[in-house]
Design a protein around this ligand. Sequence first.
Ligand code: WTA
Length: 661
Amino acid sequence: MYRRSIEDPAGFWSDIASEFYWKQKWGQEVYSENMDVRNGTISIEWFKGGITNICYNCLDRNVESGIGDKIALYWEGNELGVDGSLTYRQLLERVCQLANYMKDIGVRKGDAVVIYLPMLMELPIAMLACARIGAVHSVVFAGFSAESLAQRIVDCKPKVVLTCNAVMRGSKIIYLKDIVDKALTESTGNGISIDTCLVFENQLAMKREATKWHEGRDVWWQDVVPKYPTTCSVEWVDAEDPLFLLYTSGSTGKPKGVLHTTGGYMIWTATTFKYAFDYKPSDIYWCTADCGWITGHSYVSYGPLLNGATVVVFEGAPNYPDSGRCWDIVDKYNVTIFYTAPTLVRSLMREGDEARNFSNITRICHVKIYVPSDFNCSLTMQYVTRYSRKSLRVLGSVGEPINPSAWRWYYNVVGDSRCPISDTWWQTETGGFMITPLPGAWPQKPGSATFPFFGVQPVIVDEKGTEIEGECSGYLCVKGSWPGAFRTLYGDHERYETTYFKPFPGYYFTGDGCSRDKDGYHWLTGRVDDVINVSGHRIGTAEVESALVSHPQCAEAAVVGVEHEIKGQGIYAFVTLVEGVPYSEELRKSLVNAVRNQIGAFAAPDTIHWAPALPKTRSGKIMRRILRKIASRQLDELGDTSTLAEPAVVDQLIALGNSKI
Ligand code: WTA
């Protein structure tokens, strides 16, 4: 299949696409592309002229094929025992009601809709309702701050914002509506005023009476949406009409609006889901990602629903009420395919490991140990093993390289050494899996994403952009297009070309480093640009820096990533204060808060390193290479510091790093 997908992409993908519903088949060309900046504007089109609708393919097509009564979504709430479900037919009805409402308030094909919702069923419902009427959704992860939300609203100018009043995450309540209010005020200040904010009353977190209300603009979801008809005609769109925008971090401060279109994305997410997870109609599938990220778009909503799968949507936190929650959910729903991020595996593994060491001691020493009553080791030991997990069949990993020890724990402990792991490498930009195992098809190597998916031609290039063959390491690029590729950065095609296609002309540049071993397996080595991967979330160093320097007492900041045991990478910030301002613990907190408020809690620096000055070249460029070494305490690897304008700065930084202020 792989060979055919490379030799005859048109035939390969049109055969697959024909299994879906098209109101009208695409034109003569299955695809057309220019991936080479030297040949003019970059353009990628798949199934152009084909008329379809992804919501129709996710829902109506499945209902018509006879699985209307199959569960589409199981919803597991934050609290134990709080749950719900929707069959394909019920989901279709809910989607139609919201679609009708949005049409009624004037949302039309091509209009943007911002969705700021937690993992309630209303989130996939909202995405599908937009798709049904041809509106372009822009989901903003509900952990983003008001400022980040405002920035995205100003960029895409939505007709309506969909949100809820509050949500419980673990034992914490988050007042989402307050954040939206702040963002909307800020957007108005930037000339974008939103007529309608549709608010879902999330009664489990907050009653409507307690919610601050903006008369005339705010509308309770439950007051209007259920009154609309449960059927809604479909807006048929071209395969190349936009489906959604999703903002992601780049190496400058401004997030990039990655734009995906309808037809290619539909075929890509459906096919990658089906093969990389070896999907069978009897599967129960659970992906722990939030729909606010690409993984939630492609592999909570679209990919699985296009296959008629049963999907678990989890609102809560994986360690609430305790670290056994994931396996409790696996047993409760008999989950067969479980897809998560290495950061979660590592955090759960740490608990398990403590337990294992403890059990070794008891076995080897044969002495009686008096355990203090507050010592909960025996509890942690059972976090995984007290659940059966026998339903599990395939495990998945995404977001960052999975280190071999975490891989082994995931494989041996969680999967009882019987479930293959699909380590799926891909990006917001690629729409779906690019390098991934096909479960059972070839031997696994812990930590390797293995081989390319159908239609994908990964190449490794050196600094000059020359392809290197065989066993090697370098920059990961992709040759040729694939159906799920993003088509542009919203409103900035030039940045699209500059970021992704100019670094190595002739290829799509991923921003990742990669090596290939003698057997042809691919090993991703992390970002090679100014992007940090924290718990599988992409964060631009420039974004964090600009949040820090917005603090009135911060003169300059430089942010680098450092290895972090659980998060993969942690955020390490060097901060120079305004002349005369003294260092203090309070100021440190207030700087961290500046980042929380401007981006979101997930981007908060782990370390603030006071810097009387930053190491710069004579032309004023910050030498990040040196900062990375200082941050990771690799002081004997600082390299050549002679090109610095003031080499003494480095010693000052090292000295300050050793003394805790
Ligand atoms: C990293 C998430 C190694 C990589 C789907 C990429 C991975 C970035 C893997 C994209 C993996 C994702 N192994 N690294 N299996 N999956 N990455 O856009 O650095 O949030 O460029 O998409 O995550 O992050 P994004």
